[in-house]
Design a protein around this ligand. Structure first.
Ligand code: TRP
Length: 465
């Protein structure tokens, strides 16, 4: 029957795990290409505002819901709300399943790059853009590496929250940060680096459209692992003595800092090589190799290989959090054991990811899957649009409404107060209440409508706002 639920060993364990969940491909792969596609520095500014002013309070809400109910998202909405709200929690579980399906494919690319840079001939290419397009269309490698990645994720999730999730993050994350700092320093000494820094750091608000706001918001949700209950799930494992406010602030800051640094690393390299900033999802894979190549035949493979290997670890702590959500759902709500749940889920999610993997050039109808909003989208593009870009902000909107008007901010405050006696009457309480009750429902709600029309109908409602 049901096994006891795990807990994190201490507060740092939760912060490490939540930061590990947040920091991943979202920061280093997705964030730079979103910045590149959405006008550079202005996107960065809007992104940071949304992350701290809207997403951080939603994170506080998610952690509180999880700790109060000691449940997965479905169970949390059911206990604090009712059967109808439980549908919202269940949808979050499904969103996690779909996000993991494509995320695991991209993680497989990073793993392949690690191997090809360290042991193959990747750094002897002349055209890294062509190399990337060929690489992602290569079924054999992708199948093996993404399967390997899913198996690794499953093994860690089977080991459970404490042993599996906490440990890796604390050791490997600092190494990744050190390497990024090194690459930033190297990059800014290159010719044309200053153009890259200007693109990334000097905002030009005339480039901003409704789409910029929206993409910044959905990227903030994605990067912080918010909007589908991953943080509710991790919150369900923390102790009553933990300070939810400072935990959320630390995780948000760490995540934003790494994304910011990833941009500082990438854009000098992009302008140095004359790559189009709006290159799209291949941006990191196309812009980094030339730098490793320039480091020479000995150092290049070592530094380049280490970078992609550490990126894989960052991705792994994120895939673990994504798989943990449906696993917690099955173990909490059914009589399935943890092991059986993980194996079943990993198999299903891997299969769900196959069309995303094959739609990168290998299979043409999946590559050019559908057209809407005036553009043709690959299968992976549709999954990202629906589940991440629309699904997560919609989830965040519903979480705010739920906490403010169903569960009620006073009850959330009771929960927050347990690890933070000074919370009542504090400025952070006021800030939390205002954002959860008014700012988030209005801003996020509006954005969801705007983006839905923009993406699927091709209507830019707010024009050149
Ligand atoms: N935040 C992770 C990243 O930036 C990805 C991720 C992990 C995620 N868990 C999530 C995204 C839950 C959305 C929801 O790479």
């Amino acid at each position: 029957m049901s096994e006891p639920r795990g807990t994190f060993s201490n507060r740092l364990g939760f912060i490490a795990a939540a930061a590990g969940s947040a920091i991943g491909l979202g920061n280093i792969w997705k964030f730079p290409y979103e910045v590149g596609e959405n006008g550079g520095a202005a996107f960065l500014v809007i992104y940071l505002l949304f992350a701290f002013l809207i997403c951080m309070p939603i994170m506080v809400g998610e952690i509180s819901m999880g700790r109060n109910t000691r449940s997965n998202p479905y169970g949390a909405f059911k206990k604090l709300g009712n059967k109808n709200w439980a549908i919202v929690g269940f949808s979050g579980v499904l969103i996690g399943v779909f996000i993991l399906s494509f995320y695991n494919v991209v993680a497989g690319w990073a793993f392949g790059y690690f191997l090809q840079i360290s042991f193959g001939d990747l750094l002897q290419q002349s055209d890294y853009s062509a190399y990337f397009s060929n690489y992602v269309a290569n079924v054999g490698d992708n199948l093996i590496f993404s399967l390997a990645f899913m198996i690794l994720t499953a093994l860690i999730v089977i080991a459970g929250v404490k042993k599996g999730i906490e440990r890796w993050t604390k050791i490997l994350m600092p190494l990744l940060i050190a390497l990024i700092v090194g690459l930033i320093i190297y990059g800014i000494t290159l010719p044309n680096a200053s153009q890259g820094l200007e693109f990334y750091l000097v905002p030009d608000f005339s480039k901003v459209t409704a789409n910029t706001y929206y993409m910044a918001l959905s990227q903030a949700f994605f990067s912080l692992s918010l909007g589908m209950g991953a943080i509710i799930t991790y919150g369900s494992y923390i102790s009553k003595n933990d300070n939810i406010i400072t935990s959320a602030a630390l995780v948000t800051t760490a995540d934003a800092l790494i994304a910011f640094m990833a941009g500082l690393m990438i854009f000098p390299l992009v302008f140095f090589q004359g790559i189009e900033p709006a290159e799209g999802p291949g941006l990191v894979f196309v812009s980094l190799p030339a730098i490793f190549e320039a480091m020479g035949p000995t150092l290049g493979p070592v530094i380049g290989g280490s970078f992609f290997l550490l990126l894989c670890f960052a991705a792994l702590t994120s895939t673990v959090s994504l798989l943990e959500v449906p696993t917690a759902f099955l173990t909490d709500e059914t009589s399935w054991s943890r092991k059986k749940s993980v194996i079943g889920l990993a198999a299903v999610i891997f299969v769900l990811g196959l069309p995303s993997m094959l739609g990168q050039g290998a299979v043409s109808w999946l590559t050019e899957f559908v057209s809407y909003g005036g553009e043709t989208h690959s299968f992976m593009g549709v999954v990202i649009d629906v589940f991440s870009d629309v699904g997560l902000p919609l989830g965040g909107f519903l979480i705010s409404i739920f906490v403010a008007y169903k569960w009620k901010v006073q009850r959330a405050a009771d929960e927050i107060e347990k690890g933070n006696q000074k919370f009542r009457g504090s400025l952070s309480e006021k800030f939390f209440n205002i954002v959860i009750s008014y700012v988030s429902p209005v801003v996020v709600g509006l954005m969801v409508i705007v983006i839905f029309l923009n993406k699927f109908v091709g209507l830019d409602l707010l024009g050149g706002l």
